[in-house]
Each structure stands twice: as C-alpha cells, then as structure tokens.
Design a protein around this ligand. Sequence first.
Ligand SMILES: [Zn+2]
Length: 385
Amino acid sequence: MRRPLVILLVTLVTPVAVVAQSDSAPTPDPIAQLVGRLDLERYKATIKGLTAFGDRRQGTDRNRAAVDWIEAQLRGYGCSNVSRLKYDYQPPVTRTGNPPPRDTSRASGGGRYRGIRARTGVNSDSLKQPDARVRALDAQSSTAGAREEVYCTKIGATHPEEMYIVGAHMDGIGWGEAANDDGSGTALVMELARVLNAPDVRTDRSIRFALWNNEETGLNGARAYVEQRRALQGTKDEPKWLGMIQHDMLLFDHGMPRADGTLAATQRPEADVNIEFQTSSKFAVQAQQLAWVFQVANEKYATDYPASVGSHMTNTDSAPFQDLVPAISLRENERGTQIGAGWDPNWHQPTDVYTTYNDADFRLGLNAAQTTLAALAGLTGATIK
Ligand SMILES: [Zn+2]
C-alpha cells in the first residue's frame, strides 16, 4: 500500500513546483495586452472618418469613395492581404398590389415584444436633414449595376487554412451620416484589423475582416460573398469558415421608449452589448456556444458594459452564413424585439450623425470591440512576440 501513496504525493507536489516557478516570471496575458491597444479616441476618429462620406448609400460615388478609403486604412494597418468582391446589384422591381399581411405582434427573428413600442421607419425625405452640408453630401441617388466590397485577411501561422470572418456593413441610408448604422460596426472591424495586424501579433488561425456593401437593400453584399466563395472553402483562395461574427449598430442603448414615444437623452446605466444567434438556424447549437464564448470574453475583458446573449439574430449580414457555419451578431440592442420596437430613434433617420452621440454612447461600441477582440484572440490563439 505504500506505492500509491508515493504516486499521490508526487502528483500533489509537482503542480505546486510548476506554479512556484511561473510565479517568479509571470507571463503577461496577451489578450489583455491586445485589448489594451484599443482606444476610445481612435475608435471615434475612425467613425468620424467614415462620416466624411455621408450616408455611404450603395451605388453612389460617395459609397465607392468610402470603399477606397477603407481599403487604404486597412493597408495602412498592415492588413496587406486585401481583396475586393465584385457583384452586380439590380433593385427588385416594385410589386403592385397589397403586400402579404404580416403578424405585427411578433418581432422579426422570432422574439416577442414586451412593453411600450414606438414607430420605426426609413427616412427618404432630404429636407428632413437640417444640416445643408450633410444634405449636399447625400444628394446623389443610387444607380443599379456593378458593386464592390473590400476585405482583408490576417494569415494564421499554423492553421492558415481555417478562418473566422469578422464583418460589418459600410453602406447606410436615411439622409444622415450612418454614424451608428453602421459606421460604429465598420470602425470596430477596422480597429480590430489594426490591432491584430500589428507586426508583433501572431495568430494560429486566419481572420478575415469584411466590410459588406448593400446591407440596407437586403444583405446583397454578404449574400454575394456566400454565393461566390462558399464552394471555394478549403482551397488556397478561401480558408475554411469556422464562424461568422457580424457587428451592426453599437452606440445607442437608452432603453425602452416612454409612453409618449420619447427616449432618455443619455445612455442608460444598464446598457449592454447584445450578442445574438438564431435558434432556427442549422448551426444553432454551435452558434450558441460561440455566443457564450463572446459573453465570457466580455465579462473578463470589457471595461464598462456587460453583454447578454439572445436567440433571435435577424436582419443582418450574418444571416446568409447561419445555415453554413456558426454565426452571431453584436448590437446595441436586440434587433427584433428592441430596435424593432423603436429603441433607437436615430435608426435610418437624419439624426444618425456623428454629433448625436457622446462618449458614453461611443464607449458601448468600444466595449463591443473589446469583446470581439478578446474572444477572437482566444479562438485564434493570438500571441505577442
Ligand atoms: Zn445596419
């Protein structure tokens, strides 16, 4: 009976010795270091840079100029592996007659509305934009035809053949500056491209940073990507997709509308980042697991705002991916039950301009960036040389 005791003692003692050794030379957490390279002022500056192109409506010169500008920034960040996806966009022929009736008591994506709802819609009246400069910037109308969207890729050091796709849409509507929808998500993806493509950062697996076009017309840019590239997975051109993470509207969580339809003027103290997966998708189980990885990353690394997980991801560029890979989205509110119930009064409105938001708003977007950066760094095995 003596031998087992010796083995037991050895197994008990050995870990203690290892811990004692690493105590003398603690390894800094690379994820915390990477998250520390995000910065509120830089994030704001990137959003501001995007608003120089107004609402960036698809099929306009300002949209094409914004794609060029985003590409130049990505190259400047060292994400030199840049490509453009080309596709054709023809707006659908307007239907005549009454549209099929829709159950307005159920939220888009499958959720259930609670509490007070305020009206939502898309502004198409230029005169509702009080700022003549913005009105002029947004004046050119969209023309059907050839479209481009830009993406760049961080190549994995040990598994370049597998990648996560991190996305946001760069086009907008509503006669504002699309500062929140979706300058906030586009800037987040660009800031992550900056941090993860720094010369001293290494990842095991690849990461693709995609700035979709034509989201506002029905996810056409993301759909074109899926159609053109899903069959290429596993070739040198297209690493295998491990997951898709979309970012759409990340600044404004002022709570539920009041009974008179108005909203609080400032970010609510309970503001959170909403991580959603779609429970009816083919990859619902894996997408839910991915969502919880992001929630845990938020809890550990995000500085100010928590994250919540929901099951009704909808109306965003991760939808075309959801039956092919685990797909999630990050937002300021749940898309169906909250945005759909009027929780963001600037949504597709002339008020979606940079000056509408203050630091408490921008900080919610920064916390979403911290969340995705931390989760991705863990998933792809990021280290700092
Ligand atoms: Zn959007």
